[in-house]
Design a protein around this ligand. Structure first.
Ligand code: CAA
Length: 522
C-alpha cells in the first residue's frame, strides 16, 4: 500500500491542471450559461492522450493505471465537473465495455478512434420506465436475420447527439427479464437513430443530456456486443467502473470547493479577525477535510482493486461513490454558506460547484442504489428474498405422488389458514409419514399449535427433505426458518400468497379438504 503519488502521477497532475486552467477555465462561464458541450477542449484532451488512459497501447491507449485515471478525473473536475463526467462516460461506459466484451474486430474497428478522442463515446441504458430499476428495458431489438431492428427510446443520455459511438442496451427476449437484455454498438448517423432536445439542467451544464430515439433503426448483425442476453451484465459491470469516475468527479468538486473556502477563511475578516479563527467554522472544515480524505482512500482502494484485476469491484466502487458524492454535496453547501453573499453570486464558482455536486448523488446509481449494493455485500442476496419458479399442481393426487417420490424426512407445517381440526389432520399426516410437524408464528399466537412447533426467524430452523406449508401466507420471517428444505410444497387458498414465491410446487385450494384427501390416500 503506497499513500504517495509517484513522480509520473505528480507530473500528470501538474500537466492536466495547467491545461484546465489555460484552456477550460476561460470557457466555463459561457459553457455553464449556454449549456454547451465542450467539444473543442474534449478534442484537445484526446490529442493529449487523456481519452484513452487505461487502455492498452495496441488499441491507442496509454496504459495508465486506474489509480492514475481517477486522479486525473479528480483533477479535471476541480476546474470543470462537466469535463469530468464527459471524460469518464467516454472511458468507462463506452470504451471500457467495447474493450472488455468486444470481439477483436470490434476492438480494432472502434477503440483507436475512441482512445484518441477522434470519436466520443456514450452509453444508452436509462429509459422513462427504467431508471434505478435498470432491468425494466422497453427498447426492443429484433433479430431480423441480417440485422437487428431497434425501436424505443433512451433518456437522460450524457453526450447524446455529440457522441459518435453509443453502447446501447435493448430487450432481445422479453420473457427472460434481465437475461433478455443485450448490448449493441450503435453509430451516430445510422438511419432511424436520432436525438431529442437537450434537457435544461441544474448543474454540469457543459455535459449535455438528451434522448436517444430509435425508429426502425437497423443495426448491423456484427454490432451485438458480447453475447445475446448478456447486456445487463455489460451495463452493470461498466457502471461499476463508471462509479469510480463519478466518485473522482465528486472528489474533485469537494476538494476545490474546500481549498477555495480555506483560502477565503484565511483572508476574509469579520469582527476584526479572520473567519478561520471562528471555531464553529474551522471545526466544520476539520470535519470536512477528514471526510474528504476518507472518501479519497475508498476511491483509490477501489481503483487499486481494478488495477489488481479483481473481478468484482461493485461494493468497493459503491462505497467510493457514496462517500465521495456525499462529501461533495456537504462541502459545497458549506462552501457557499461560509462565503456568504459571495458564495451565492456567479463571480465565484462556489454556487456552480454546489449545483454540479448534486448530480453525483443521482447518476450512475443514486446514493440509495449504492446503499443497496453495499448492504448486499454485507448481508448477501438474503437482503432480498429469492423467488423461485413455482410449478402449480392440479389436484391432491399429484401432491401424493410427489411426496411418495421424495422418500425421506418430511415436515408438515400449518398456518392461520387452518383451523384446530386442520392442525390435528397435519399431526396425523406427520405420524403417518414418519415426519415432523411445524407451525407459523401466527398460528402459534392464535393458539392453534404449541410454541415449540414455531418455525421461522423467531422459532426453529428446519431443513427436511420435503417441507409442506399448509395455509401459511409466507412472511419473510417464516421463510428464514425453512428455506434450507430440499423441496418446498405450498398449499393455500390464495393464489397470490407470498409462500408460492418460495415454493417449488404449489396447490391452490381448500387446505382442509386437501388434507382429508391426503389422509385417505397416503
Ligand atoms: N456486476 C455483474 N453482474 C451484476 C452486477 C454487477 N455489478 N449487478 C447485478 N448483476 C447481475 C446479478 O448477478 C444478477 O444476475 P442473475 O440474474 O444471473 O442472478 C442480475 O445482474 C440481476 O441482479 P439484481 O437482481 O441485483 O438486479 P436488480 O434488477 O435488482 O437491480 C440494481 C440492481 C443495483 C438496482 C441495478 O438495477 C442498478 O444498478 N440500478 C441503477 C442503474 C444505474 O446506475 N443507472 C445509471 C444510468 S447511466 C448514467 O447515469 C450515466 C450518466 O448519466 C453519466
Amino acid at each position: 500500500m503506497n499513500f504517495d503519488y509517484t513522480e509520473e502521477q505528480l507530473e500528470l497532475k501538474a500537466q492536466i491542471r495547467a491545461f484546465c486552467e489555460k484552456e477550460i477555465a476561460p470557457e466555463l462561464r459561457q459553457m455553464d450559461d449556454a449549456q454547451r458541450y465542450p467539444i473543442r477542449t474534449m478534442k484537445m484532451l484526446g490529442e493529449m492522450g487523456f481519452l484513452g488512459m487505461p487502455f492498452p497501447k495496441e488499441y491507442g491507449g496509454r496504459e495508465l493505471s486506474y489509480e492514475t485515471y481517477v486522479m486525473i478525473i479528480e483533477e479535471i473536475s476541480k476546474i470543470s465537473a462537466s469535463h469530468g463526467v464527459a471524460v469518464q462516460t467516454h472511458h468507462a461506459l463506452a470504451t471500457w465495455p467495447i474493450f472488455t466484451y468486444g470481439t477483436e474486430e470490434q476492438k480494432k474497428k472502434y477503440l483507436p478512434d475512441l482512445t484518441s478522442g477522434r470519436k466520443i463515446g456514450a452509453f444508452g441504458l436509462t429509459e422513462p420506465n427504467a431508471g434505478t430499476d435498470a432491468a425494466m428495458q422497453q427498447t426492443i431489438a429484433e433479430d431480423k436475420g441480417d440485422y437487428w431492428l431497434l425501436n424505443g427510446s433512451k433518456m437522460f443520455i450524457s453526450g447524446a447527439g455529440v457522441a459518435d459511438i453509443y453502447v446501447v442496451m435493448a430487450m432481445t427476449d422479453k420473457t427472460k427479464g434481465n437475461h433478455g437484455i443485450s448490448a449493441f454498438i450503435v453509430e451516430k448517423g445510422t438511419p432511424g437513430f436520432t436525438f431529442g432536445t437537450n434537457e435544461d439542467k441544474l448543474g454540469i451544464r457543459g455535459s449535455t443530456v438528451a434522448e436517444l430515439l430509435f425508429n426502425n433503426c437497423k443495426v448491423p448483425k456484427e454490432n451485438l456486443l458480447y453475447e445475446e442476453g448478456k447486456g445487463f451484465k455489460v451495463a452493470m459491470t461498466a457502471l461499476d467502473v463508471g462509479r469510480l469516475g463519478i466518485a473522482a468527479q465528486a472528489l474533485g468538486i469537494a476538494q476545490e470547493a474546500f481549498d477555495r473556502t480555506v483560502h477565503y477563511m484565511k483572508h476574509r475578516e469579520q469582527f476584526g479577525k479572520p473567519l478561520s479563527s471562528l471555531q464553529a467554522l474551522s471545526f466544520t472544515m476539520a470535519e470536512l477535510e477528514t471526510k474528504i480524505e476518507g472518501a479519497r482512500f475508498l476511491l483509490y482502494r477501489a481503483a487499486a482493486h481494478l488495477d489488481q484485476g479483481k473481478k468484482d469491484i461493485s461494493v468497493a466502487a459503491a462505497k467510493a461513490k457514496l462517500a465521495c458524492s456525499t462529501v461533495a454535496m456537504e462541502t459545497t453547501l458549506k462552501a457557499v454558506q461560509f462565503h456568504g453573499g459571495y458564495g451565492y453570486i456567479k463571480d465565484l464558482p462556489l454556487e456552480r460547484y454546489m449545483r454540479d455536486a448534486k448530480i453525483t448523488e443521482i447518476y450512475e446509481g443514486t446514493s440509495e442504489v449504492m446503499k443497496l449494493v453495499i448492504s448486499g455485500g454485507i448481508f448477501g442476496k438474503g437482503a432480498k428474498h429469492e423467488t423461485k419458479e413455482v410449478q402449480m399442481l392440479d389436484k391432491a393426487e399429484d401432491l401424493k405422488t410427489l411426496i411418495q417420490e421424495h422418500v425421506g424426512s418430511i415436515c408438515w407445517s400449518g398456518g392461520r389458514g387452518l383451523t384446530k381440526s386442520g392442525f390435528e389432520k397435519l399431526q396425523k399426516l406427520a405420524e403417518k409419514t414418519g415426519g415432523d410437524s411445524g407451525a407459523s408464528r401466527g398460528a402459534v399466537r392464535a393458539g392453534l399449535a404449541p410454541e415449540d412447533k414455531q418455525v421461522g426467524l423467531t422459532g426453529r430452523t428446519v431443513a427436511p427433505e420435503v417441507y409442506v406449508a399448509v395455509g401459511i401466507s409466507g412472511m419473510t420471517q417464516h421463510l428464514a426458518g425453512m428455506k434450507g428444505s430440499g423441496l418446498i410444497i405450498a398449499i393455500n387458498r390464495n393464489p397470490q400468497a407470498p409462500i408460492f414465491t418460495a415454493a417449488d410446487y404449489g396447490l391452490v385450494g381448500d387446505a382442509e379438504e386437501i388434507l382429508d384427501q391426503l389422509l385417505a390416500s397416503l
